[in-house]
Design a protein around this ligand. Structure first.
Ligand SMILES: Cc1ncc(COP(=O)(O)O)c(C=O)c1O
Length: 408
């Protein structure tokens, strides 16, 4: 827990120093001051994996991972109903079909029993999401994946330094994906990293993310072709299809500075959550996301469920703001209820020739049902935890306490 009353800076002084190093070095085609390499090496090591591939965002990460495993036309990938569209978007980018599984009623992470029901001979991967900063129940997922030879990509965009039964979140799947988007525990504005311990998979992901350059390896900082080769007119540059998902060196410099204080950034969120938790413990109609005993929650958000029918989500938010609260978010629509899916289902039905990769098997997502999450989702309150000043976090908890009093 942070107890200091001095605010911590929004951007770490180290990030500023590393950015200046990049600017002083200048931008060159075949060399760099090594920020990307350091970020990839240190991030992977911190999260218990051998290789890091830093890319433009935490959606590109998952797309690259799916490509690395040759997932594409005809394949299905299981994702949870409670996630950001990006998780499913990566599957669509890979030309595969997102299959949506329901969540556990208490932890709101993917429900293994529903996953079991949704596995088919075409299931090639599963993307468990550490939603709000809490690990899914990984052991049964890993076991099922091993039985069916499925790739496991942990989507940890919202979870840095969470723990599951003593293991750091990010060390369990074949790949783990993180986002450095502006709302995340550590940020460089936009960016992401994929980590992995299998050298062949990591190399393939690297090539998928950097134009399929023939010389690339899984080693840190590999995004360019050596000058002696690239100037040669007979050099065969591209041996596989890859996107251009590179993370700029200057963004890597910011991310490296933030990584070096990641413990502090996570503790800050956990401290804010602890203040909210004290208040919520005394309330019997706001039920927090359940953290099982041997898990450590990293609290990207402190999320609670309204259980009273006579307390309206919008009225609660209005009162919270009136009493000095900073607002809160609702949960995203169940991912299969985002209009993009019904629109896509319609377009595939009317223009099947444009979607040969779905082979007539894309579901009509209006018929997909995840009753647990559909019931809970409208009642979720996602409180912010990114207060860089402990005193501000305390005030927010106080405003929440007064809001609860008002409705009690
Ligand atoms: C659960 C989850 N997955 C994936 C992403 C995608 O990350 P990015 O915005 O960096 O593409 C996000 C970020 O919003 C997220 O919260």
């Amino acid at each position: 827990m942070l107890t200091e009353s001095t605010p911590i800076p929004r951007v770490s002084p180290k990030s500023r120093e590393y950015v200046n190093r990049v600017l002083d070095y200048g931008f060159h085609n075949c060399s760099s001051p090594g920020m990307l390499a350091r970020l990839e090496k240190e991030f992977a090591a911190r999260f218990g994996q051998r290789f890091g591939i830093a890319v433009a965002n935490g959606t590109a990460t998952m797309h690259a991972a799916l490509m690395a495993y040759d997932i594409g036309a005809g394949d299905e990938v299981i994702v949870p109903a409670y996630t950001v569209f990006s998780t499913a978007a990566a599957v669509l980018h890979a030309n595969a079909i997102p299959v949506v599984a329901d969540v556990d009623p208490d932890t709101w992470t993917i429900d293994i029993e529903d996953v079991r029901c949704k596995v088919t001979p075409r299931t090639k991967a599963i993307i468990p999401v550490s939603i709000c900063g809490l690990s899914p129940d990984m052991d049964p997922i890993l076991e099922l994946a091993a039985q069916h030879n499925m790739l496991v990509i942990e989507d940890n965009a919202q979870c840095f330094l969470g723990y599951y039964k003593g293991r750091v979140v990010g060390s369990m799947g074949h790949f783990a994906s993180f986002s450095f988007q502006a709302s995340k525990h550590m940020t460089c504005g936009d960016g992401g990293i994929l980590i992995c311990s299998d050298e062949e998979l990591a190399t393939r992901a690297r090539k998928a993310a950097v134009l399929g350059y023939s010389t690339l390896t899984a080693e840190p900082g590999q995004t360019a072709i050596p000058e002696e080769l690239r100037c040669n007119p007979t050099f065969q540059r591209h041996t596989s299809v890859g996107w251009n998902y590179r993370l700029p060196e200057i963004a890597a410099a910011v991310a490296l500075g933030e990584l070096e204080r990641i413990e502090e950034l996570v503790q800050m969120r956990q401290t804010c959550a602890a203040f909210f938790s004290e208040v919520i413990d005394a309330c019997d109609w706001l039920i927090p996301q359940k953290t099982p005993e041997d898990y450590i929650h990293s609290y990207w958000t402190y999320a609670v469920r309204i259980t009273r029918d006579d307390v309206d989500w919008a009225a609660l938010r209005r009162k919270f703001i009136e009493l000095g609260g900073d607002g809160f978010y609702g949960a995203y629509l169940p991912v299969h209820r985002e209009p993009v899916f019904s629109n896509l289902s319609d377009h595939v039905r009317t223009h099947p020739e444009c979607y040969p990769h779905f082979d007539g098997r894309l579901p009509d997502y209006r018929n997909v049902s995840c009753p647990i999450w559909e019931e809970i989702q409208p009642r979720i309150v996602m409180l912010k935890t990114n207060y860089f000043d402990v005193n501000v976090a305390r005030q927010q908890a106080e405003a929440l306490a007064q809001t609860i009093d008002f409705f009690s």
